[in-house]
Design a protein around this ligand. Structure first.
Ligand code: IPM
Ligand code: MG
Length: 369
């Protein structure tokens, strides 16, 4: 039995609403067939919130996000909003959620589905069976550090952002990485640039200290982030858990995502401290963006968003077996040849639509019973 579970759905912009409609089918399936009842509400974030309220995240939505057990987000942004002032850009809505919910640990798995190993830009033997987890620090670093801004200096302007990490910020995300590693292959590689950045020196020291004091059983290595990017492309299977800062994690997770064949496949979980009911503050979202070029055409791959819901089952609702069931259903439809456009070459025939993919996954769930 699962005690009552509240979900706030924020489809957002671009392909967000389309992929989220497929997640709704999955949520309904779990209600009907597995008796997992979710109390679902829906609201606006990003450009659509700006259109309605003049802000990418209304205070009421923020308050709701702080109350529920988990937030599921589609995507934010689009060319329509490019000219907006920085302070009200769609991305600011997402960044506010991350910051105010204090979601410091962003889990980004990069997993290669067997059926898609041929689709990677890397050789099949480099990616087949790949299963790594990037833990990206999400609430600090250069994304939030002060001073920041564009200032006048002499007769020109200067743009400033600040990389800043406290020991406690590094400590808590390092712990998340070590805890995860213990449930996987027990290896953590920490990435920074301690060769050029003081924040990197501190990062390395604190990660090592947390390891030596509390996780000596986990294998720990350190790598400069640029070398890490190179190693990710050369032989990604050397990694299990990678822990890194906000900006390096943003870059490395996109690179890792592409190793698996498609950005359309990858979910993420952003976790904070436990709430009174023991569940962590949590937001789940696909790694891909709003893909405005294909929005509204039924071409988007809903798998990343559906896998994000699988992560919610696992990390928020303690339903690891049901998460595995959903992941296996996705594996099965892919093995069966189901492909949205992003998983096909130009000469590979007619792709499935977003909703056909959702239906196929529901059918595979039925078959799993
Ligand atoms: C991501 C995105 C975001 C980020 C944007 C949309 C603010 O690239 O989640 O990786 O830079 O963190
Ligand atoms: Mg990114």
């Amino acid at each position: 039995m699962m005690s009552n579970a509240s979900l706030l759905i924020l489809p957002g912009d671009g392909i967000g609403p389309e992929v989220m409609a497929e997640v709704r089918k999955i949520i309904d399936w779990y209600g009907a067939k597995r008796n997992l009842q979710f109390d679902v509400s829906e609201d606006l974030v990003g450009g659509v919130a700006y259109d309605k309220h003049g802000t990418p995240l209304h205070d009421d939505t923020m308050a709701k996000a702080l109350e529920v057990d988990a937030v599921l987000l589609g995507a934010v942004g689009g060319p329509k909003y490019d000219a907006l002032d920085f302070s009200v850009k769609p991305e600011r809505g997402l960044l506010r959620l991350r910051k105010e919910m204090d979601l410091f640990a962003n889990l980004r798995p990069a997993q290669c589905f067997d059926a898609l190993a041929d689709f990677s830009s890397l050789k099949k033997d480099v990616v087949a069976g790949l299963d790594i987890m990037i833990v990206r620090e999400l609430t600090s670093g250069i994304y939030f550090g002060e001073p920041r801004g564009i200032f006048e200096e002499g007769n020109e302007r200067v743009g400033i952002n600040t990389q800043r990490y406290t020991e406690s910020e590094i400590d808590r995300v390092a712990r998340s990485a070590f805890e995860l590693a213990r449930r996987r292959s027990n290896k953590v590689c920490s990435m920074e640039k301690a060769n050029v950045m003081e924040s990197g020196i501190l990062w390395r020291e604190v990660v090592q200290k947390v390891h030596d004091e509390d996780y000596p059983d986990v294998e720990l290595s350190h790598m400069y982030a640029d070398a890490g990017a190179m190693q990710l492309c050369r032989w990604p299977k050397q990694f299990d858990v990678i822990v890194t800062d906000n900006l390096f994690g943003d870059l490395l997770s996109d690179a890792a995502a592409m190793l698996t064949g498609s950005l359309g496949m990858l979910p993420s979980a952003s976790l904070g401290a436990p709430m009174a009911n023991g569940r962590p503050k949590a937001l789940y979202e696909p790694v891909h963006g709003s893909a405005p070029d294909i929005a509204g055409q039924g071409k988007a791959n809903p798998i990343a968003c559906i896998l994000s819901f699988a992560m919610a089952l696992r990390y928020s609702f303690d339903q690891g077996d049901e998460a595995a069931r959903l992941e296996a259903a996705i594996e099965a439809v892919l093995a069966d040849g189901a492909r949205t456009a992003d998983l096909m070459g130009p000469e590979d025939g007619t792709p499935m639509s977003t909703s056909e993919m959702g239906d196929a996954i529901v059918a595979a769930l039925d078959a799993s019973l």
